[in-house]
Design a protein around this ligand. Structure first.
Ligand code: SF4
Ligand code: SF4
Length: 204
């Protein structure tokens, strides 16, 4: 007869005292461990819509759509496809915002069964900034303000950045453009894409 080892006896006694490790799911809801890596979710206020997480996602579970017409436009819709997600957490690591303040956070939500797979996604929306001359997409307004704040006084070398920040603070409005319009210089105080900025700087 083979006798159990002491370690196995200790584990057996612990199990009797503590109760079973398994839960009674589905009879009772299962509460996952706080560190369990479950579904990531966007934070509407913290996400900048920069697309870094989309670039890094190994299973292409993050996509976006830029909507230029209709209610709320222009806007960027960030989409997380929960049925494609493998809960690896790369998006959280890749987020350009600081750890603990990321635009996407990983929850311990694991119960993600759907009857209709077409509904297996979540979205957030961010305001887009278009070039005020040619209309091309520059990025999201929040992203531009975030870059300007990161750069601090260095952002004063880039009118698109410091104007984005001034507008967010309510310190710059259309009056500035109206004042300069008479002299044909109003483009200098507009938010422009790189190409239009180059033209206003080099050609005017
Ligand atoms: S957890 Fe991984 S698979 Fe899921 S969205 Fe983030 S990067 Fe993509
Ligand atoms: S701020 Fe973070 S979560 Fe939002 S789009 Fe950029 S990388 Fe993704």
């Amino acid at each position: 007869m083979k006798y159990p080892k002491i370690r196995e006896i200790v584990e057996a006694v612990k199990a009797v005292v503590k109760g079973p490790y398994t839960s009674k799911f589905p009879a009772e809801p299962h509460i996952a461990h706080p560190n369990f890596r479950g579904q990531p979710v966007f934070d509407q206020d913290k996400c900048l819509g920069c697309l870094a997480c989309e670039e890094c996602c190994p299973s292409e579970a993050i996509t976006h759509e830029d909507i230029l017409e209709g209610p709320g436009a222009p806007k960027r819709v960030m989409i997380h496809h929960t049925d494609d997600c493998i809960y690896c957490g790369v998006c959280v690591d890749a987020c350009i915002r600081e750890t603990g303040d990321t635009g996407i956070v990983q929850t311990n939500d694991w119960n993600l069964a759907y009857f209709d797979r077409s509904k297996a996604f979540e979205t957030i929306e961010k305001d887009l900034q278009l070039c005020e001359v040619c209309g091309v997409i520059i990025g999201t307004k929040d992203h531009l303000v975030w870059i300007a704040e990161k750069l601090g006084e260095l952002s004063f070398s880039n009118p698109t950045l410091y104007l984005s920040r001034l507008r967010k603070l309510g310190l710059a409005d259309d009056n500035i453009q109206a004042v300069l319009e008479d002299n044909g210089r109003s483009d200098r105080v507009k938010i422009l894409c790189a190409e239009c900025r180059r033209k206003t700087t080099l050609y005017e």
